[in-house]
Design a protein around this ligand. Structure first.
Ligand code: ZN
Ligand code: ZN
Length: 415
């Protein structure tokens, strides 16, 4: 099939997505270098983004491509001991680029089921080695030292998983249109549309920051969960300002407002409301119980073995690093599509994330040391995995320091 067929991927909307990535997602500054990572299938979008970046005055744009066939070749043929290794030299270089104020753009679009047939033990070892090697570069991103952005491209191998019953051309077209709508590039002026959207997310996060809740209480079918919020937590949503002073929109799309839970103050039970796609495995009907912030009991109707492996990654993997609020009526939820991609699916529903917290979700987060973040209840881990716990049957109360309750969500919508 020919992906440059305009009937499959609308070239006008694709060009708007490139413009939006540079002007809204990154707000690239004159002279700033840019590091891009992308699946090779996203080449048409990489070229458009590179062009927009140079037009915006980018210094040097450098792209690293990944290729599914090459990744699978490793799992099929690489020697066993290689699965405890990763390209640390590459990540050190990236960390160096970010330390020099290069911006970062990731294009997502890999086949979410790519590793479904690979040996799960090898996948887990490779992920662990990769997470450890990636840490110096990832820290610059998770600490929000630089402006960064992630957008998506409708890779055919991804589209086939989302719409398995459609011919490939149709599947790619449908996924492309869904990505364009969620990324607000189906409008003539996406930059203006994002300014409006950012303003409405700001209203929500400011309201929550004014309330200074000490905990959120989620109730719904199978869910009775109290999520204590970290001391001096701060809610964020939409555009936010990186430590290099640039205000960017890291996630495109985004519908969430989110903050840091207290790693030691989560109690009760919660069940997932949408399947979680994790490295080739669909984990469905997750049910966990927290005690003192730690998951002490976990099961799933499908993919339980993978879930349990994830929880054993490290001590922080059993604790929460994020809680996020998304109304059930969000456009991504309304599309009814399960994207099998966290960037989209997490924006369809309220969610929590296991693992690493965001230091920017604290008052003056940028100036806090790791020990100070830990003391305020911020969790640390090699993983950060979001899963969906919201639906039109979930209510959320905010609990203030004196124990009084305020309705935050009713039946999945802002109260
Ligand atoms: Zn989130
Ligand atoms: Zn997250």
């Amino acid at each position: 099939m020919t992906l440059d067929n305009p009937a499959i991927i609308d070239p006008i909307k694709l060009a708007r997505l490139a413009l939006t990535a540079v002007k809204v997602g990154l707000r690239l500054e004159k002279g700033q270098d840019l590091v891009i990572t992308a699946p090779i299938a996203a080449l048409p979008l990489v070229r458009l983004i590179t062009e927009e970046a140079y037009k915006a005055g980018a210094g040097l744009v450098t792209t690293f491509y990944s290729d599914e066939a090459a990744t699978l070749a490793r799992y099929a043929h690489a020697p066993d001991e290689s699965f405890d290794r990763a390209s640390g030299w590459l990540y050190e270089g990236m960390a160096k680029a970010y330390a020099g104020n290069a911006a970062r753009l990731a294009i997502s679009g890999d086949n979410p089921m790519m590793l479904a047939a690979a040996d799960p033990a090898k996948v887990a070892r490779a992920n662990r080695a990769n997470s450890m090697a990636y840490k110096p570069a990832l820290e610059k991103i998770s600490n929000f030292d630089i402006n960064w952005n992630i957008v998506s491209y409708p890779n055919p191998s991804w589209a086939r998983q989302v719409f398995p019953d459609l011919p490939e051309d149709e599947a790619v077209h449908k996924l492309a249109e869904a990505i364009f709508a969620a990324s607000r590039v189906d409008r003539d002026d996406p930059v203006a549309a994002w300014a409006e959207h950012n303003a409405s997310l700001k209203t929500r996060s400011s309201w929550l920051n004014d309330k200074r809740f000490s905990a959120l209480h989620f109730t719904g079918p199978g869910t009775d969960l109290t999520v204590g919020l970290a001391d001096d937590h701060e809610w964020h949503g939409g555009a936010s300002t990186a430590n290099n002073g640039i205000t960017c929109n890291p996630n495109i799309p985004t519908e969430e407002v989110f903050t840091t839970p207290h790693a030691l103050r989560v109690e009760g039970t919660v069940c997932s409301t949408k399947p979680l796609s994790h490295q080739g495995t669909l984990i469905d009907d997750i049910q966990v119980r927290f005690e003192g912030g730690r998951i002490v009991d976990a099961k799933a109707s499908r993919g339980e073995e993978v879930l349990l492996k994830v929880l054993d990654t490290d001590e922080g993997a059993r604790r929460l690093g994020e809680v996020a609020l998304v109304p059930h009526s969000s456009p991504i939820s309304a599309s009814g599509i399960l994207f099998l991609n966290t960037l989209f699916d997490e924006n369809a529903s309220c969610h929590i994330a296991l693992g690493q917290c965001y230091s920017k979700c604290f008052l003056n987060g940028a100036s806090l040391s790791q020990d100070e973040i830990t003391a305020k209840g911020g969790n640390s881990s090699l993983i950060h995995i979001d899963w969906m716990i919201g639906s039109d049957q979930v209510d959320i109360d905010g609990i203030t320091a004196d124990g009084s309750r305020v309705a935050v969500f009713r039946k999945g919508e802002w109260a």
